[in-house]
Design a binder for this molecule. Structure first.
Ligand code: NAP
Length: 272
């Protein structure tokens, strides 16, 4: 029988992941907060639902999305950029409390390397996160809720997402006195994230904490300068001030565990 994967947050990443999972023969149910997205999700082959997680509860059709699922993927963001009062951990806990008792516990939490502080230096999956921001703290709290809920839950901490028209060089182009010119880059391409997650699900590997970040070893100033110049974007200017931003997040597990290789490790704008 085909397995059902439920994705809460069929957005920029969730939609592409849904397409890849459908191609692999899974049944995919997925959510959006907006009615106008239902048609697009349906056209992809996703069984679509409107679900909006709020601080004080859930609006929409959560029970049918969660019914008889084999894997649950949490792919909605903390939401604090849009709403300073967003309580991500509370929103995650509303989902956990709605999960049917007979669920096998296989959850993938798309978390972020934001759980680590900017000055933590080189960190691996074994490093203890010391978040400095509200978002980082909320993500870490949500990770803890999910891990406590199920021993089979896997947390995947993603680097900054690029691809499909998204790239931070576009925001930095033409800016001046950008901070931390020597800080490491912690990006990952959408295509690599999708193949990582498909391998994770197919490999049936559960109950772990993984990092999905490209292994590129370069500094912000040369990296963004080259990206801007090679793509006819205005050259960015960097501050000369010393910075304590040293965070470099390593993925030390996925190659051995999942046979995953980063296809687009340099996360270039030209990669699409
Ligand atoms: N963006 C990054 O650089 C980055 C870095 C690290 C980790 N991540 C993680 O990667 C995952 C996917 O990110 P993304 O960039 O694809 O996000 P996105 O494009 O903003 O899509 C998020 C999806 O979640 C839905 N959503 C947003 N708020 C919601 C709420 N309150 N209740 C229910 N659904 C909600 C959105 O609904 P609509 O369809 O209505 O928009 C959309 O389907 C997230 O878990 C995020 O935390 C992202």
């Amino acid at each position: 029988m085909k397995k059902k994967i439920s994705i809460i947050g069929c957005g920029w990443l969730g939609k592409v992941l849904a397409r890849a999972l459908l191609n692999e023969g899974f049944i995919v149910h997925g959510s959006t907060t907006q009615k106008h997205n239902l048609v697009e999700l349906k056209a992809l082959g996703v069984v679509p639902y409107i679900i909006k997680l709020n601080n004080d509860g859930v609006f929409g059709e959560l029970p049918p999305l969660l019914e008889d699922m084999d894997v649950l993927i949490l792919a909605f963001p903390p939401g604090m950029r849009r709403d300073l009062n967003a309580d991500y951990a509370a929103r995650v806990s509303h989902v956990l409390s709605a999960i049917p008792k007979n669920f096998n516990g296989k959850i993938i939490h798309l978390s972020s390397i934001g759980v680590f502080g900017l000055t933590q230096g080189i960190v691996t999956e074994d490093s203890i996160p010391k978040p400095e921001s509200f978002v980082g703290n909320a993500l870490l709290q949500a990770e803890t809720y999910i891990k406590n809920f199920s021993a089979l839950a896997t947390v995947v901490r993603l680097g900054g997402l690029v691809g499909d028209g998204r790239h931070p060089a576009r925001q930095l182009a033409g800016k001046t006195t950008i901070s931390a010119p020597k800080a490491p880059i912690n990006l990952v391409h959408q295509k690599d994230v999708v193949s990582f997650l498909v391998k994770l699900i197919q490999g049936n590997h559960w109950g772990d904490t993984l990092h999905c970040v490209s292994p590129t070893d370069t500094e912000r100033a040369p990296y963004y300068t080259r990206e801007c110049l090679e793509n006819n974007l205005a050259e960015p200017g960097f501050s000369q001030e010393e910075s304590t931003r040293t965070k470099k997040v390593l993925d030390t597990k996925s190659e051995d565990l999942l046979g995953h290789h980063y296809q687009l490790p340099n996360c270039r704008i030209q990669d699409g």
